[in-house]
Design a protein around this ligand. Structure first.
Ligand SMILES: *[C@@H]1O[C@H](CO)[C@@H](O)[C@H](O)[C@H]1NC(C)=O
Ligand SMILES: *[C@@H]1O[C@H](CO)[C@@H](O)[C@H](O)[C@H]1NC(C)=O
Length: 130
């Protein structure tokens, strides 16, 4: 009787652990897909680097909708990007930004910004390099 109870408890514990693991996996998957709120910061600004581009992207909230937009900076043949940042301006709207092409070490970069469902976004995207 007693040991049977312990066994049931252990099983419940194992099932609970399993559920937590599955939830954690789903959550980290969400981060990769850019559903979680986040700023973008890739690379480092070195002495001698210049701000090659500063660009603002914003959209007002739209009910029940996830909105996204891509911004591309294209340098010339000698451009080397050293850092790319996208920072939410003002109060957070739980938006995300990530690099979908090029980036640090390349001459061009494409950044995608995406709103949370039912929210808008307001980002400033900076590209540094030389
Ligand atoms: C993104 O950057 C803004 C401005 O610096 C800051 O207020 C906000 O907390 C940052 N968001 C995250 C998730 O770090
Ligand atoms: C190429 O781009 C760099 C910035 O990355 C700029 O400083 C340079 O003047 C450009 N060269 C030409 C030929 O346009």
């Amino acid at each position: 009787m007693y040991s049977a109870n312990v066994c049931t408890l252990k099983m419940k514990y194992a099932v609970a652990l399993l559920i937590v693991t599955v939830l954690a996996t789903v959550a980290s998957g969400a981060v990769i897909q850019g559903i979680r709120r986040s700023n973008l910061s890739q690379g480092y600004v070195y002495p001698g680097d210049r701000l090659l581009s500063r660009h603002y992207l914003s959209q007002p909230a739209r009910p029940n909708t996830i909105q996204y937009q891509d911004y591309t900076y294209r340098g010339n043949y000698s451009t080397r990007i050293s850092a790319v940042t996208a920072t939410e301006v003002g109060y957070t709207q739980y938006a995300s930004a990530w690099v979908i092409a090029g980036g640090v070490g390349y001459s061009s970069v494409t950044v995608r910004v995406q709103s949370a469902k039912g929210y808008g976004y307001n980002f400033v995207i900076d590209v540094w390099g030389r």
